[in-house]
Design a protein. Sequence first.
Length: 219
Amino acid sequence: MAPDQQHPIQIQPHPELECVAFVSDFSEPLSQIPSPSWLSELLQLEAETPLDRSEELRLAVRHMLRVGGYKPAGRGKPASEYLLKAAGQGSLSSINLPVDICNVVSLHSGFPVSVIDLAKGIEPFEIRYGEENEEYIFNASGQVIRIGGLLCLCDGAGPCANAVKDAQRTKTDTTTTRTLSVVWGVRYFSEHLRETDTWYRSLIERTGGKTARVALTKA
């Protein structure tokens, strides 16, 4: 798959991070594309998938997020751990097509995954550490996450997503037709990351979407 050169992401040097990113195009607004039943079934903890999460990877993800000084625990734990807990409690439900696919992939791979509405983002994009006392609203209730030391996807308006909670301002909605996904991978799990990327894009394409890899460059 040729890289989509229109939306490159510059990455601040990091000793543990190895990520992938791609753009997805949907033929209609999300209000017109409900999640199929087979996808909703994959939100179950014991669903059969080609991926296997592991305790080794869970610990590696936490270690990766600690590098900048962030503490990935409690309410600030990686999104993949939140999904695992929710699925175990039977409370992981459908939201919309790209978010459901994102959650399925994160749940079963063990990698945190971010997805934003590309139309709401402001180029250029970069991945950098959150600055001291930097924060953003992450849900419709106005709750805030402080992101000092946490790796974040940022656009021209500031941080908009990370491996813990994505920003409310760039979340998908019923009008979304184009998204940007980032899989927050870890070095030494390169093969698992490639398998995750392949499965992620295959699920989008199975639902009629099209994907194009985003070029990642070092800052």
